[in-house]
Ligand binder design. Structure first.
Ligand code: FAD
Length: 337
């Protein structure tokens, strides 16, 4: 009898658990995690669809996973009621450079490299002289809504959840499960252990600025402005190997001053909150299976700054690996008869 434990209740754990339990309703699937929504990394994130800080993960995989997630979010946007926004995204540079076309360009609407005319227009609009850039239509989610939706779907098909810490993949709490799906993000560093996983500290601010209706990323300073249906996220830092979850005043100044330089009107916006999260960074995303000590593991972690951009496509690959496992089990059972 197959019993599945999904470790982690972030966007990746929830979406894998949903896909497996919806396809195999008769199998026991439990999510074990120490934090659930609204307290996971993804809940506090910018919610922007944009492949970012995912190491050397192949462009083909980013395109496959990101493209499927983009389609899924677009479907939610069309349905309405899921707090997903569709908006222009501008990736802008202050220093001249040749920009290649991204592998995922054909997965999104309206992708193009900006020409001089558009750059001149945007430089006037944003109070900074930009000399290179890309644009495309992106999707921005309000993360707690999408996480709550995934949680609801899992519970609706009678999925179980347990709040508990997992010290290692050999933890005795896992002894009843023959399949373990590891989506513990940064927690994988100690639990696997996999020391290629590192924290990439991100500090952001939230403001009330309902007049902002597109996303802007200034790639040369690292500042970004991401409006969602309820507020607007200003960012941000990406400090590798930094575990500090406290708000740093210098970072706050960098975020607010940098975004105000770009868009001076932000000085009149009402501040809401500051937040720090640790992105699960890795040289590349680990999505693969492993058989060890009589158990079948599927690892799905190390999504860096792209968990909300890739989750649905990654969960499909996890499901495919699980399907293959189930087929082998069925064959073995048949051959015993
Ligand atoms: C400031 C900031 C802004 C971001 N903006 C964006 C964005 O705009 N777009 C985007 O795509 N991504 C963004 N990200 C990245 C995104 O948040 C992550 O990639 C995503 O949250 C990773 O999801 P995950 O499910 O793999 O891990 P997590 O969300 O970290 O979830 C891990 C889960 O595992 C559990 N866990 C961990 N260790 C253990 C353990 N030992 N025992 C039991 N449970 C454990 C946790 O409790 C949690 O449930 C941002 C991140 C930050 C910090």
């Amino acid at each position: 009898m197959t019993k599945v434990a999904v470790l982690g209740a972030g966007i990746n754990g929830l979406s894998c658990a949903v896909k497996i339990k919806e396809k195999y309703p008769y199998i026991d699937v439990v999510i074990i995690a120490n934090d659930f929504t609204p307290n996971t990394t993804g809940d506090g994130s910018g919610g922007l669809w944009y492949p970012y800080l995912c190491g050397s993960t192949s462009p083909q995989l980013l395109s496959k996973w990101g493209g499927e997630t983009y389609k899924y979010l677009h479907k939610l946007w069309l349905k309405g009621g899921y707090d997903v926004s569709l908006m222009p995204m501008l990736e802008l540079y202050r220093h001249k450079r040749e920009l290649p076309i991204d592998e995922w360009a054909s997965s999104v609407f309206g992708y193009r490299i900006l020409d001089q005319h558009q750059l001149d227009y945007l430089s006037g609009l944003y109070s900074v002289k930009y000399v290179a850039g890309r644009t495309f239509t992106t999707l921005v989610v309000y993360p707690p809504t999408i996480l709550a939706e995934m949680y609801r779907r899992f519970k609706q098909v009678n999925g179980f959840v347990i709040q508990s810490n997992i010290n290692s993949l050999r933890d005795t709490k896992l002894s009843d499960y023959n399949v373990v799906i590891n989506c513990m993000g940064l927690g994988s560093r100690d639990a696997v252990p996999d020391y290629k996983v590192i924290p990439i500290r991100g500090q952001i601010s939230r403001i009330e600025a309902p007049w902002i209706n597109n996303t802007v990323v200034d790639e040369d300073t690292g500042n970004y402005i991401i409006p969602n249906v309820y507020n607007c996220v200003l960012g941000g830092t990406h400090q590798e190997n930094n575990y500090n979850r406290d708000i740093n005043d210098n970072d706050t100044d960098f975020i607010l001053n940098g975004c105000m330089e770009l868009m001076p009107g932000i000085q009149h916006a009402k501040p809401i909150t500051h937040w720090v999260g640790l992105r699960p960074g890795r040289e590349k995303i680990r999505l693969e299976s492993e058989e060890k000590d009589g158990k079948f593991y599927i690892h799905n972690y190390g999504h860096g700054g792209s968990g909300l951009t890739l989750f649905w496509g990654c969960a499909s690959d996890v499901l495919e690996i699980f399907d293959n496992y189930m087929n082998i089990i069925k064959q073995k059972e048949k051959s015993k008869l």
